[in-house]
Design a protein around this ligand. Structure first.
Ligand code: G
Ligand code: G
Ligand code: MN
Ligand code: NA
Length: 250
């Protein structure tokens, strides 16, 4: 079992690494962004996925240090990419509630030299559950810096639609559970159609997550979904593979 001291030691030993998964524009097929996804290179256990350590990091507050690390290393990596390729970084609700968030994002951009307009921060509904003034103020401050805000895992929470009214999100990421059954379930198809339609009406980019095959991609194209991400294009890979992922026809 993983313990707080393991996480602390790993941070000290620099065992965390940002992996990157490409996001493609559906119409043109171009890679428009990469999402940074945290990995832990454990000396004994090998590569550990976030589900196995993010909850502990959140409970212990170490997610703040981890989040800072991801933000800095991902912005530094992204600053070396072509400037029409954006970076998406996940933010934990714990990071979001921290009063240092704005300063931390500002510092990551300054140190890396990355243009704020190339940074997208992904938040889940749980950040908005409190729907407090402070949350909205932070979102508007980030927006004023030029940073874009995505609503991640869309459709898995409770009252998604009201969140779209509380803040003008730049992007909706449609949870992969809807995409995986796109070809086999009428109701998943209907949900994808509704969300892409909603995005179009509200002027919000829609990104489908978990796209694994051409049938799904074709259905998404037909519905006018803006962007797609998933194993069909690539699994998340280390920074050194970004150039290869950019040069692949798809
Ligand atoms: O890459 P993978 O599918 O294993 O990621 C699993 C989950 O961990 C996803 O929900 C993703 O949002 C989350 N996650 C990955 N990287 C980060 C990160 O840097 N910060 C936070 N807060 N969550 C992350
Ligand atoms: O919650 P979030 O969307 O931030 O995390 C994305 C997670 O989904 C990552 O852990 C990533 O490894 C995983 N993922 C990305 N593409 C696919 C896919 O095509 N299929 C499946 N099953 N998982 C995927
Ligand atoms: Mn995400
Ligand atoms: Na997601």
């Amino acid at each position: 079992r993983l313990l707080e001291m393991d996480l602390r030691a790993a941070l000290q030993r620099d065992e965390f690494e940002a992996y990157y998964q490409p996001i493609r524009d559906v119409a043109s097929g171009r890679v428009v962004a990469f999402e940074a996804l945290l990995r832990w290179n454990h000396p004994q256990r090998g590569l550990i996925a976030p589900i196995d350590f993010i909850p502990l990091a959140e409970e212990t507050g170490l997610i703040l240090q981890l989040g800072e690390f991801v933000l800095r290393s991902a912005c530094t990596d992204a600053a070396t990419w072509p400037d029409d390729v954006d970076l998406a970084v996940n933010l934990s609700p714990v990071q979001f509630k921290n009063p240092n968030l704005i300063a931390s994002v500002t510092a990551a951009l300054a140190v890396s030299g990355l243009d704020a307009r190339r940074l997208e921060l992904e938040i889940t509904e749980s950040v908005l559950l409190q729907n407090s003034e402070a949350t909205l103020t932070t979102l508007h401050e980030l927006r004023a810096m030029g940073v874009r805000i995505s609503l991640d895992d869309f459709g898995t929470g409770y009252s998604s639609l009201s969140y779209l009214r509380s803040f003008p999100f730049d992007k909706i990421k449609i949870d992969r559970s809807f995409v995986s059954e796109l070809a086999t379930r009428e109701d998943s198809m209907a949900i994808i159609r509704a969300v892409t339609g909603l995005g179009r009406s509200l002027g919000i980019v829609t990104t489908a997550e978990g796209v694994e095959n051409d049938v799904q991609l074709e259905l998404l194209r037909r519905e006018g979904c803006t962007q797609a991400q998933g194993y069909l294009f690539s699994k998340p890979r280390p920074a050194s593979d970004v150039a290869m992922m950019l040069n692949r026809p798809r």
